[in-house]
Design a binder for this molecule. Sequence first.
Ligand SMILES: [Zn+2]
Length: 149
Amino acid sequence: MKELNIHNWTLEVDVKETYDQYKNAKWDLCDCIDCLNFFQAMKTTSSKLSDLFNSLGIIPSKCVHLSEFGPTENGLHLYMGCYHIVGRIKEGKSVDTSSWDEHNVAEVDNFSFVFSNDLIFVPGSMPLPVLQMDFSVEIPWVLKEPYGQ
Ligand SMILES: [Zn+2]
């Protein structure tokens, strides 16, 4: 386990195991067009955001649970979802999506996230302990196929 300090949290993360879980993902990725757009867009994130995912062992295009909330005023698409990480919150409060606010949410570029012990959609292959990163992000529509098909 590696100790990581992110925002108000100190996490203990098994980075290698987490990465192996994503690399060999034994879970089904949704193949609807909204999710495909997210997977494609998340293949090229900023270096700051890539650093965050790499430090945790997450492959962002292999997101197990996603919801898309349509185009925003600035023409981007709002997504919310979660990633699972092999590890635990050592210090800092578990924050779920219903209780996040400007003080307890972390941000890298326009990727906003919290860490939580409340787990949903955990892939069966993931060894415990597992913690969850809930996020929201606005990304462009990158597919050739138009939105809303
Ligand atoms: Zn989908």
